[in-house]
Write a protein that binds this ligand. Structure first.
Ligand code: NAD
Length: 294
């Protein structure tokens, strides 16, 4: 099967390479030439525009930063919609606003083109290993048909509902992760200021009810003062902006999300937007004038 892949950034590059490894023929496109050259060197062909990708492929995967980029690439001038044939499908794996997913899907449907929204969790290491978690929205028959393509990049691929459900699930994921890091940061700041070794606190509580995948991943980074991303605060702000917008459109108050969003805004103003989101700890440390370290 010939697959189009548009968006060869931190995530898209390793994901597209895993499709090549799985034996799929690939036509790729990105505005950054160096990224295209790297994936072409690994065996893909390139096309100059999303329209040209869609003319050559019946399945087009997009992995772009946010809703406006997906709308431009899929619906804009020289976009996928101009080149796609009736019966083709777009699988958008970007993390975008669920309402934007539905809007793009409706426009594509007018042309007889299908869509799944299929954002991922796991970050660059899991994109490289091909062990991402994919949360999918769309029709069951399409999910079943394209499951093997998504599985070539993932450890788990789960259908969550209709189009948009993938991105709703991703927003839920991002809220839980952000609040979990904030809770860990607040608790470890208190323990450190109280004179208790934070490494001992981690060893004592990680196996109990307070333990979590987030705690296991982020506390060692905080203790090592290693805030290299990982997942940048700026990207998490993008996801929480989508969470707040979606919640407000649906009349759902999300006070804890709003709180951690303000924490991230303060860190961004302090020039920490490019750091890993474990740097949320630095906000609490600054307030309490203490550093969580080994
Ligand atoms: P990135 O910024 O590294 O990559 C995006 C790519 O899209 C870039 O190569 C950019 O040049 C390309 N692009 C932008 N506009 C384009 C256009 N008009 N035409 C063609 N190419 C265009 O971002 P990323 O980290 O790879 O993330 C992609 C998506 O995956 C985001 O929605 C992000 O939130 C999500 N995500 C990222 C991570 C992570 O750890 N980085 C983890 C899970 C999900």
């Amino acid at each position: 099967m010939k697959v189009g892949f548009i968006g060869l950034g931190i995530m898209g590059k390793p994901m597209s390479k895993n499709l090549l490894k799985a034996g799929y023929e690939l036509v790729v496109c990105d505005v950054v030439k160096a990224a295209v050259d790297e994936v072409v060197a690994a065996g893909a062909k390139s096309a100059p525009t999303p329209k040209a990708v869609a003319e050559q492929c019946d399945l087009i995967i997009t992995m772009l930063p946010n809703s406006p980029h997906v709308k431009t690439v899929v619906l804009g001038k020289d976009g996928v919609i101009e080149g796609a044939k009736k019966g083709s499908i777009v699988i958008d794996m970007s993390s975008i606003a669920p309402l934007a997913s539905r809007e793009v899907a409706e426009k594509l449907a007018e042309k007889g083109v299908d869509m799944l929204d299929a954002p991922v969790s796991g970050g660059e290491p899991k994109a490289i290993d091909g062990t991402l978690s994919v949360m999918v929205g769309g029709k069951k028959d399409l999910f079943d048909k394209y499951f093997p393509v998504m599985k070539a990049m993932a450890g788990s691929v789960v259908l969550c509902g209709d189009v948009g459900a993938g991105n709703v699930t991703k927003l839920a994921n991002q809220i839980v992760v952000a609040l979990n890091i904030a809770a860990v940061s607040e608790a470890f700041t208190l323990a450190t200021k109280a004179g208790v070794n934070p490494e001992s606190v981690f060893d004592a509580i990680k196996g109990g009810l307070a333990g979590s995948t987030v705690m296991n991943a982020k506390v060692p980074m905080i203790l090592d003062r290693n805030f290299k991303p990982g997942f940048r605060i700026d990207l998490h702000i993008k996801d929480l902006t989508n969470a707040l917008d979606t919640a407000h459109q649906l009349n759902v108050p999300v006070p804890l999300t709003a709180n951690v969003m303000e924490t991230m805004q303060a860190l961004k103003i302090d020039d920490m937007g490019q750091l890993d989101h474990s740097a949320i700890a630095r906000f609490y440390e600054k307030l309490a004038k203490v550093e969580i370290k080994r």
